[in-house]
Each structure stands twice: as structure tokens, then as C-alpha cells.
Design a protein around this ligand. Structure first.
Ligand code: AMP
Length: 113
């Protein structure tokens, strides 16, 4: 499984706007925001995509779901955001290091593209 740019960001080898960090995950601002608030929550562990998770990743994944509302609250969109996770090329995944998009700060349309 090969590293992506996110591993380098997590190791602080290349810059990013960090909003949150703990032992399991980081949250950064997306470089190409699709909404006024667009945050990526990324596990430190390289899990390429949700469908490739291992049994032992359960704790990390549960932890991330508990961190997401805290980061949203911190960034002023608590309780008013969309969570997106693209699993695979056909879903629009471009970086194969699992990440959750938190999008908010505007009215979001449905269905998504
Ligand atoms: P996805 O298409 O779901 O794999 O999402 C990848 C996301 O990573 C996109 O929204 C990109 O804008 C974002 N992205 C790519 N490179 C960087 C970077 N260096 N810093 C922050 N966000 C990035």
C-alpha cells in the first residue's frame, strides 16, 4: 500500500492548515474548498479507503466519528454540516488515504453529483 500526500502532511513534511490533532487523527483545511468550511479528517494510520479497513481499525474509525462533530463545532458549523467519504474511484476518491470531508457554511444541495 503506497503512501500519499496525506502521509507527508501528517508528518509535517509539507505544510497544511491543521485544525485538530490527536493520537489517531488530524483535521486540516482542504486546499480546494467546495464550501466556505471544508475540512478533511484523516487517520494517522494509512488506511487506503473505508472498504479496505481491517478489524483492528475499528477503534480508529469510531474515534474519528466522535472527533468530527467536535471539529465542526470548533469551526462554527456545529450540527449543520455534511460528511462525505468517497470510497473508490467511481465515487470520486482521488487520494487513497482514507479521509472524511466536513462541508458546511452554506446551504448544501441534494442529491450530490
Ligand atoms: P477525495 O477526492 O475524496 O480523495 O478528496 C481529496 C481531497 O484532498 C480533495 O478535496 C483535495 O482538494 C484535497 N487535497 C489534496 N491535496 C491537498 C493538500 N495538499 N492539502 C489539503 N487538501 C488537499
Amino acid at each position: 500500500m503506497s503512501e500519499t500526500i496525506f502521509s507527508r502532511i501528517i508528518r509535517k513534511e509539507i505544510p497544511a492548515d491543521f485544525l485538530y490533532e490527536d493520537e489517531h487523527c488530524v483535521a486540516i483545511r482542504d486546499l480546494n474548498p467546495q464550501a466556505p468550511v471544508h475540512i478533511l479528517v484523516i487517520p494517522r494510520k494509512l488506511i487506503p479507503q473505508l472498504s479496505k479497513q481491517k478489524v483492528e481499525d475499528k477503534e480508529i474509525l469510531g474515534h474519528i466519528l466522535s472527533v468530527i462533530p467536535l471539529v465542526a463545532e470548533q469551526e462554527g458549523i456545529g450540527g449543520e454540516y455534511r460528511l462525505v467519504m468517497n470510497d473508490g474511484v467511481k465515487a470520486g476518491q482521488t487520494v487513497f488515504h482514507l479521509h472524511f470531508h466536513i462541508l458546511g457554511g452554506r446551504l448544501l444541495q441534494w442529491p450530490p453529483g
